[in-house]
Design a protein around this ligand. Structure first.
Ligand code: PLP
Length: 408
């Protein structure tokens, strides 16, 4: 059991917004004080550049920065810190893989993704396929709201170069069986590169990329209690070592005077230019913070809230509410998207907003998914460690009012 009152005290926003009910952590999590302080400490006390200066402040910044690389590697079960590339977020990480893999593509290759993907894990692949005239396949959902594994099985063959899918859907909340899917794909074609978008999983469940046997994994700092503008691309070292850099500049070069420029080894050759140093140092603090609570405890807490919210919403609104996503609550994370009667999700979100209840309304950057379900928009709530049953009570009370007002 998490002590929600104590956890809320860790987040300064709750001091400034006394009656805040924050149900939009899938968009971005709130930031704990320790994370804000870590970034501030870098900016105030040792804001030197990294991997360049030879004076103590620069050495301190470099050491702290590289310690985060080690920390991220351990946190996600990578075999080496050299497998961790810092990016500006999930979107940047996925676009980077798409550019890195351009050199690996050949005529006749196939790229596969799924209909439940966020645009960040859909468009880079669609564009890559288009640019290289490759076959682009999109795996549909089963009626239960999970990836249709039978169709995936039939779609993977000797031509499959890339399969990209999410660990958790940002709309359906579906938890995909990543290890099972990766094993299935690699059994059919061991050369297929499997890419996992972990944006919605990384702060909600324990992750082990080595167990998954994924080739690339992407996530954002701001969805795991860290700052915006930082993210991670994990890549298997054996693969990274074969890939040429695609961005060029400072910090990634050994010798640029010879005809052939000599680049640093992975991951540094993929990190041209000055990164968001303070943000990455604060990301390390965000990992410490999550670990102090415990990833399993976080998962248990959010799961209990999800089960309760699903039950309460169904009991209160009956046939008027249409909850999308897996019909198996056990396969869901703390994300619930729904429609309520004929009320426009924007109206629902605006009225809830007047009560300082923050939810998301729209397509949630998943047009293919919404269209495949015959929907334009949905309302989405999403849980994190600072949410409680009290938040569900307030949500349901105001949703009942909204239903009464709009049905008059
Ligand atoms: N993938 C998923 C599943 C997401 O939910 C999001 C953001 O909501 C992204 C990718 C993009 O993340 P970012 O905007 O931090 O790059």
């Amino acid at each position: 059991m998490l002590n929600i009152q104590a956890i809320k005290k860790d987040f300064p926003l709750f001091e400034h917004e006394k009656n805040l009910v924050y149900l939009d952590s899938a968009a971005t999590t709130l930031k704990p004080r320790v994370v804000i302080e870590a970034e501030k400490e870098y900016l105030e006390r040792y804001s030197a550049n990294i991997a360049r200066g030879l004076y103590p402040l620069a050495e301190k910044a470099t050491k702290k920065f590289e310690m985060v690389r080690e920390k991220v590697a351990t946190f996600i079960g990578a075999e080496s810190a050299r497998e961790i590339i810092f990016t500006s977020g999930t979107t940047d990480a996925l676009n980077l893989v798409a550019r890195l893999l351009t050199s690996q593509l050949a005529a006749g290759d196939t790229i596969i993704t799924t209909v439940m993907e966020h645009h960040s894990n859909f468009l880079p692949w669609k564009e890559l396929a288009k640019k290289n005239v490759l076959d682009f396949r999109v795996i549909p959902l089963t009626e239960e709201g999970t990836i249709d594994i039978e169709i995936l099985k039939k779609s993977v063959d000797e031509h499959t170069k890339i399969v990209a899918l999410s660990a958790i859907s940002n709309v359906l909340g579906t938890i995909n069986p990543v290890k099972k899917i990766t094993t299935l794909i690699k059994n059919i074609n061991p050369n297929t590169i499997v890419i996992i978008d972990t944006a919605q999983a990384v702060s909600h469940m324990p992750i082990n990329v080595s167990e998954w046997n994924a080739d690339f994994v992407a996530f954002s700092g701001h969805k795991m209690f860290g700052p915006t503008g930082v993210g991670v691309l994990y890549g298997k070292l054996s693969l990274l070592e074969t890939l040429p850099p695609v961005s060029f500049g400072g910090g990634m070069v050994l010798d640029s005077c010879a005809d052939e420029t000599l680049y640093k080894e992975a991951p540094y050759r993929f990190e041209a230019g000055t990164p968001n140093i303070g943000g990455i140092i604060a990301l390390g603090t965000a990992i410490d913070y999550m670990e102090s609570i415990g990833m399993e405890n976080i998962q248990t807490h959010e799961h209990a809230l999800t089960l309760s919210a699903l039950k309460r919403l169904q009991e209160t609104f009956g046939e008027n509410i249409h909850i999308i996503g897996s019909t198996h609550p056990e396969k869901r994370s703390g994300i619930i998207a729904f429609t309520l009667g004929g009320i426009h999700p924007h109206d629902i979100a605006s009225v809830l907003g007047e009560y300082n209840i923050c939810v998301r309304a729209g397509e949630h950057c998943t047009t293919p998914l919404h269209r495949s379900l015959g929907l334009h928009t949905t309302t989405r709530i999403s849980f994190s460690i600072y949410n409680s049953e009290g938040d569900i009570n307030k949500l349901i009370t105001i949703l009942e009012e909204i239903q009464t007002i709009f049905n008059k």
